[in-house]
Design a protein around this ligand. Structure first.
Ligand code: PLP
Length: 392
């Protein structure tokens, strides 16, 4: 059977593949600790869920404008402006079912064959996929472990050229939890001006930052808002992964094009989901803020626990809810180690190379789970890794 090239070369997202394997083992009666999929273990905050339920009960279940409900676009513009010190107009906001459409559709609107796109490797797998679907040329930049997994700026400079059309950033990052320092953002912004390219800044984890760190946005740097697409959403901050609600902020002319893609593909985002989103943004932020110190405690526990395992080196990530320990000393492909952890210890983790070739030698663990699960996982992982070292 013949399929288009754009789908023949697409790869699956590792988290979903490992989740399916882990669930198959669970169905056979195995006890599995899930550290693979990146989602909060908390339920959607009750006042947000109730707003969604109320919207359904009052019949808010019909089509609405493709770019989103005006009230939600307005609420997003206000919140995004105040958090980043910017002046964003509602017309610059495009709402979609999740942050993923906010990544995919602007890429489709900007990239065509011949255009090159720079993106982090290791990085969120959707970046490589959307560049490929758009027909662009992927230019992965390695991240430097010791530099909070920020871009290798020398490699970045070598990849930049007149064909570079888009630079994708993700801070705090998936899979590393790294936060890009302001100085690096300034460097990248200068280069974006020099080469006249767009920047896509995936800021979905911006509100999950630790040690009171303020995560800078490249969009806040001088003259950058006009060439930046900010991608953000509700999944992680408000524990709303299954509601499917996210947004992208961009210059109005680009928003108009992206809106056409939304109209003809998804039509619009569920009205009641958007009503829940309005509640999330406009009600008290106490619950969204309260989870941050809890994640930080879990981060500290998992980082300390991993570093106590001989042969493992784990940086302390400053954001998101992932750790990305270096397991190169075991001399085994990350995929093999991840397989052993699942099969022998019942701990589901992802091999780093699910996030690109430079992720080889690392594992990704999501610590958005209970402290008990983290402690138990550390014991099990420690045992399998000790056995692996002995067998070396
Ligand atoms: N961007 C990054 C870096 C992510 O890790 C994720 C989800 O894991 C997304 C975007 C997509 O989020 P959403 O559920 O809002 O589509």
């Amino acid at each position: 059977m013949r399929f288009a090239k754009r789908v023949m070369e697409l790869e699956d997202e590792g988290a979903y593949t490992v989740l399916a394997r882990a669930q198959a083992l669970e169905a056979q009666g195995r006890d599995i600790i899930h550290l693979e999929i990146g989602q909060p273990d908390f339920q959607t905050f009750p006042h947000i869920a109730l707003a969604g339920i109320k919207a359904i009960a009052t019949g808010q279940t019909r089509y609405n404008p493709s770019a989103g409900l005006p009230a939600l676009r307005q609420a997003i513009a206000i919140e995004a402006s105040s958090r980043r010190g910017l002046e964003i107009r509602p017309a610059q906001v495009v709402v979609g079912p999740g942050a993923k459409p906010g990544l995919f559709f602007p890429t489709l609107a900007l990239i065509q064959p011949g255009d090159e796109v720079i993106f982090p490797d290791p990085g969120f797998p959707t970046y490589a996929a959307m560049i490929q679907v758009a027909g662009g040329t992927p230019r992965p930049v390695p991240l430097i472990e010791e530099k909070s997994f920020s871009f290798d700026l020398k490699a970045f400079d070598e990849l930049l050229n007149q064909r570079t059309r888009l630079i994708i950033l993700n801070s705090p990052g998936n899979p590393t939890g790294g936060v890009i320092p302001l100085a690096d953002l300034e460097y990248i912004a200068n280069r974006a001006h020099e080469y006249d390219c767009w920047v896509m800044s995936d800021e979905i984890y911006a509100r999950l930052a630790y040690d009171n760190l303020a995560v800078p946005s490249i969009a806040s740097l001088p003259d950058m808002l006009g060439r930046t697409v900010i991608v953000d959403g509700f999944s992680k901050t408000y524990a709303m992964t299954g509601w499917r609600l996210g947004y992208a902020i961009m210059p109005e002319t680009l928003a108009e094009r992206v809106n056409l893609l939304l109209t003809h593909s998804i039509g619009c985002t569920a009205t009641f989901t958007q009503m829940a989103g309005i509640e999330a943004l406009t009600a008290s932020q106490a619950m969204a803020e309260a989870v941050v110190p809890e994640y930080q405690r879990r981060r500290d526990r998992i980082v300390d626990g991993l570093n106590a395992i001989p042969g493992v080196h784990c940086q302390t990530p400053q954001g998101a809810f992932y750790v990305f320990p270096n397991i190169k000393s075991f001399g085994l492909p990350a995929r093999e180690l991840a397989r052993r952890l699942l099969d022998e210890a019942g701990v589901a983790v992802l091999p780093g190379d699910d996030f690109g070739q430079n992720g080889e030698g690392y594992l990704r663990l999501c610590y958005a789970t209970s402290m008990e699960n983290i402690d138990e996982a550390l014991v099990r992982v420690g045992k399998v890794l000790a056995d692996t070292r002995m067998a070396k």
